[in-house]
Design a protein around this ligand. Structure first.
Ligand SMILES: NC(=O)c1ccc[n+]([C@@H]2O[C@H](COP(=O)([O-])OP(=O)(O)OC[C@H]3O[C@@H](n4cnc5c(N)ncnc54)[C@H](OP(=O)(O)O)[C@@H]3O)[C@@H](O)[C@H]2O)c1
Length: 274
């Protein structure tokens, strides 16, 4: 990192671990420049032994020692953590990054000192294999330079995309929850194969590689979903027969309305923190 050579991470859970792995792999931070604050002793020991990072049980120590702070605790404990660290935050020195789902930037700005720079990031669980897509939004006092810092940090776990915070509920509904929708589709695809007589283990391999290969095909050739669909849909063939069933049973409409309902639910949950 150009401006911040060190990072303090508050909350040493799954997401924090995925990020640490990415930081080390992409050489964004060195292990000795990462300080993780985590309440559970066994977890601290695990992180220290696995990645050689520094750990502490004190959130205040992380804030006192580090200028760049990543908040990686669950949304329901965020208020408590912010109240604990607030008087140690110096808006001139600190940049706060947060990945808590559904917590709007104004919630942090209300509790932390005036003019604190905050960047909100919505990654997804694909971070575990460095294939996340992270939506990134800036708070009222963060600068374009701060956004660049966040982008470069989150490139450690996959792709990044700058979005206005007003779009964060939509990002949550699509890419945040998306891995569950795709999993459901794959599960059904496997069951379809089993229904057609394939042993489950073979159906699973076929389904996974088909989804993976289709995504890779789109990414590498730039072909959009309509074009790829057309490529495999020959006149009077098997694929168009399946497509007719999908349309007749309302498959595309179900997906659109499921994403929209997730969006509404995300808005509703964000309201809890207003
Ligand atoms: N996982 C995802 O796919 C995903 C996607 C997007 C956003 N996020 C967001 O990322 C954040 C972290 O999620 P996660 O899946 O990594 O959760 P997690 O595994 O539960 O990690 C949270 C960690 O914070 C620790 N913690 C609890 N209270 C604390 C406190 N007062 N001070 C410091 N640390 C504390 C927890 O310890 P205990 O185990 O003792 O509670 C736990 O190790 C959440 O806000 C979530 O909304 C996650």
């Amino acid at each position: 990192m150009k401006n911040f050579k060190k990072i303090g991470i508050i909350g040493g859970g799954q997401m924090a671990e995925a990020l640490i792995k990415g930081f080390l792999k992409k050489k964004i931070f060195k292990a000795e420049d990462i300080l993780v604050s985590e309440p559970v002793k066994e977890r601290r020991e695990y992180l220290k032994n696995s990645y050689n990072v520094n750990t502490t049980k004190s959130n205040v120590e992380a804030v006192e020692k580090m200028g760049l702070i990543l908040l990686a605790v669950k949304p329901q404990v965020m208020k408590k953590v912010l109240e604990e660290i607030s008087s140690y935050i110096n808006p001139e020195r600190h940049l706060i990054l947060t990945i808590a789902a559904g917590v709007p930037i104004k919630f942090y700005e209300k509790i932390l000192p005036p003019k604190t720079k905050i960047i909100r990031i919505m990654p997804n669980t694909c971070a575990l294999v460095h294939q996340a897509i992270s939506g990134i939004s800036k708070g009222s006092f963060a600068t374009e330079k701060d956004l660049k810092i966040a982008e470069s940090i989150f490139s450690a776990i996959g792709e990044t995309m700058l979005v206005d915070e007003t779009l964060m509920d939509a990002v949550t509904a699509l890419s945040g929850s998306g891995p569950a929708y795709v999993s459901l589709f794959i599960e059904a695809l496997v069951d379809g194969g089993v229904r057609a007589g394939l042993p489950r283990v073979i159906a699973e391999k076929l389904a996974l590689q088909t989804v993976f290969g289709t995504v890779k095909l789109m990414l590498e050739t730039g072909k959009n979903p309509y074009e790829v669909k057309s490529m495999v849909t020959s006149p009077g063939g098997t694929t168009i027969t399946a497509m007719q069933e999908f349309y007749e049973k309302g498959f595309p409409g179900i997906i659109i309305s499921a994403v929209y309902k997730a969006f509404l639910r995300s808005k509703e949950l964000s309201g809890v923190f207003s």
